[in-house]
Ligand binder design. Structure first.
Ligand code: 5GP
Ligand code: MN
Length: 335
């Protein structure tokens, strides 16, 4: 048993107040890891509060206990109290306190023991016990590993398993990237524990509303520009688009990936005009590190092939900046 697992086992040896928090704009992995771990710790007899900084995509509404999640944006005081009262705070699927907005301060100054479970590069040292593995497909994969190493694999029931399997599927684009052999071991184990992966895939991928497809059509037809010479695709959404298409949080998830379906496109950038900030999502194929680009030019970070950032500027400025920066990272293609 590793030293970190021993420390964690000790911490969990009698009932505690536990807060589990994940990053703003939670995705399938953030939600699945938080709710999966929460389900397991609840079974151990702990009192669990799961906190999301902002609202979640409704397509993940099938996860057990998602209706009990405290959303900081909607319930500042309840979320702060949950952090204040916690004996243990689990920080899942993020690597720095700036990813959880103002709650970062509450976490920083809390006396609780802090445990990180994460697969992002360069974790900041803000926790007491760290399970950081950048080779993992997903935080869900790591949560499975931690539960297994604690000797409790058998406590993973189909509902907890479904949460964890969600992160495996969504963070790997349905097992198309980011995997390692162990990822498939975990998928196999979860299936043996009763997860119905076909039904789950149906819940994850066939839950779109008409407006989602219309928005996708709008992006592809009217909001896409290709830098042919460099293999870069750029897409954007204006504030007016947000109103016209009734875009809610999570509604744009995944759209950036469509540009990578073109064979010569190596990098895709999706720029959106939020109420006070311009948000950028970057995706790449192969060796090009969008993490470096996000960090250097867009005040962000993430993974080598999937990163994001946010900048106070105009939408046009950021689109122009993307056009200036990309040629620095991509050789000009001979066309
Ligand atoms: P997305 O483009 O889906 O919002 O995010 C892709 C990846 O980039 C995620 O793994 C996320 O952790 C990271 N990311 C997104 N936005 C930010 C940001 O503003 N700052 C940092 N550091 N990482 C981000
Ligand atoms: Mn993740």
């Amino acid at each position: 048993m590793s030293e970190e697992i021993q420390k964690l086992k000790q911490l969990l040896s009698f009932p505690k107040e536990i807060a589990i928090i994940t990053h703003r704009n939670p995705d399938g992995d953030a939600m699945g890891s938080s709710l999966g771990l929460g389900g397991y710790l609840h079974k151990l007899g702990h009192n669990i509060k799961v906190i999301f900084p902002s609202e979640y995509p409704l397509s993940y509404g099938y996860m057990k206990n998602v209706d009990k999640v405290i959303i900081f944006d909607l319930d500042h005081n309840v979320a702060r109290k949950a952090i204040e009262n916690a004996d243990i705070i689990f920080c899942l699927d993020f690597n720095g306190l700036d990813r959880v907005d103002k709650l970062g301060e509450n976490i920083q100054f809390s006396k609780a023991k802090k445990v990180l479970i994460d697969h992002h590069l360069d974790p900041e040292p803000f926790t007491d016990i760290e399970f950081s593995d950048t080779g993992a497909s997903s935080t869900c994969e790591l949560v499975f590993k931690v539960i297994d190493q604690l000797g409790d694999k058998a406590m993973i029931d189909p509902e907890i398993g479904e949460c964890l399997f969600t992160g495996l599927v969504t963070d790997t684009g349905s097992f198309r990237y980011g995997t390692r052999p162990y990822t498939y071991v975990v998928a196999g184990e979860l299936k043996m524990l009763g997860v119905d992966d076909y039904k789950l895939a149906d819940k994850i991928f066939n839950s779109q509303k008409e407006k989602h497809l219309r928005l996708l059509g709008h992006c592809l037809a009217n909001r896409m520009e290709i830098m042919k010479d460099y293999g870069v695709g750029i897409m954007w959404l204006t504030r007016k688009d947000y109103t016209d298409f009734d875009i809610q949080r999570g509604d744009t998830e995944g759209i950036v990936n469509y540009m990578l379906m073109m064979e010569n496109i190596k990098v895709a950038a999706f720029v959106t005009e939020q109420p006070s900030i311009i948000k950028i999502s970057l995706r790449s194929k192969g060796d090009i590190s969008v993490q470096e680009i996000a960090g250097k030019y867009f005040n962000g970070g993430g993974h080598k092939n999937a990163s994001g950032g946010g900048v106070y500027a105009s939408l046009n400025d950021i689109i122009e900046k993307v056009k200036k920066v990309m040629p620095l990272y991509l050789p000009k293609l001979i066309t």
